[in-house]
Write a protein that binds this ligand. Structure first.
Ligand code: CDV
Length: 307
């Protein structure tokens, strides 16, 4: 079963840029995607706003204006309507404030009929909760979000088994295997990755981009799935985030790659029948996994050295 899949990379969103302006940029990419035959389109993590966890505020409620209390809402409804008119499925990330007052870094998957068929809340939140004066850059996701409560689920959408992860999740094999064990055929990943966000002078942008790509290619190969990883990138409020959006096949090869750091569409045709080979040979989980030796993975969080 073939599907033309797109990744809609979004360039920097400045602090003062309103949701309507961002949605207009998303719609321009959706129009281009439609013109190029795309049937399913992937947008980044926190697509609607600047990556505000780089800023510290003492009273976190002051940042509630970055969050959406309903979806779709007035600003995003035109995007939903356009996709439905095109018969296109899509996924994007945003900051969710629930009726119970809980804050999540969320991604939704929308069917071509315009229904939200899967919601995912980011599991692995990087960074810290308090201001850290010794850091060159703050990364306060743990201050503004709760760890997601959904776990990693899949949905059959447009004939393929799809699942979502968000940014830092892509670096954890547990993410991929949780989806792989449900037979996933397309993993979508939106990300905002600052080019500098810690004290290590040795960790240049090339190394960071390599680690991003390595993680996505390895996850796709080891679970025999397609993956679409899409950046929000470029300069945001004077801070740089790397680009590097890619579409990866079930062999772990990059089959589409963004060239720049701005709004840009990448497209690839995915043949989901190709997922069957790895899933029935080297990564035939039923035949080869040894769960009797994996207890430590779920029973222990950090490293314990006992020798
Ligand atoms: N938004 C993210 O989760 N960013 C992290 C950075 C902080 C390392 C990432 O894994 O890309």
């Amino acid at each position: 079963m073939n599907m033309i899949v797109g990744g809609a990379q979004i360039g920097g969103i400045q602090k003062d840029e309103g949701r309507e302006a961002v949605v207009a940029r998303m719609m321009a990419l959706m129009q281009e995607a439609h013109d190029r035959g795309v049937e399913f389109l992937v947008y980044p993590e926190m697509t609607l706003t600047t990556f505000f966890p780089r800023f510290y505020v003492e009273d976190r409620a002051e940042f509630d204006h970055w969050f959406e209390t309903e979806m779709p809402n007035a600003a995003t409804q035109p995007l939903f309507d356009m996709a439905k008119g095109f018969g296109m499925g899509f996924t994007f990330g945003y900051c969710e404030l629930t009726p119970e007052g809980l804050h999540y870094n969320t991604s939704i998957l929308v069917s071509p009929e315009g229904e939200i068929v899967l919601t995912y809340r980011k599991t692995h939140l990087p960074g810290h909760a308090e201001y850290e004066a010794e850091r060159t850059h703050q990364h306060l996701e743990k201050r503004y979000f709760l760890a997601g409560d959904t776990g990693f689920n899949v949905v059959r959408n447009q004939g393929a088994i799809m699942g979502m992860a968000i940014c830092n999740d892509r670096r954890w094999p547990e993410t991929w295997r949780s989806l792989g064990l449900q037979g996933v055929e397309l993993v979508t990943i939106g990300y905002n990755t600052p080019s500098q966000n810690n004290l290590s002078a040795e960790e240049g942008i090339e190394r960071r981009v390599y680690h991003h790509e390595l993680s996505v290619c390895a996850g796709a190969y080891q679970n025999s799935t397609y993956a679409v990883a899409v950046a929000k990138c470029g300069m945001e409020d004077g801070n740089h985030m790397f680009a590097g959006s890619i579409i990866v096949d079930p062999d772990g090869f990059v089959i589409a790659r963004a060239q720049g750091e701005g709004d840009e569409l990448i497209v690839a045709e995915c043949d989901f029948d190709k997922c069957a080979f790895g899933k029935s040979t080297v990564f035939n989980f039923d035949a080869h996994r040894r769960i009797e030796h994996y207890d430590r993975i779920t029973e222990q969080t950090g490293v314990k050295i006992e020798v």
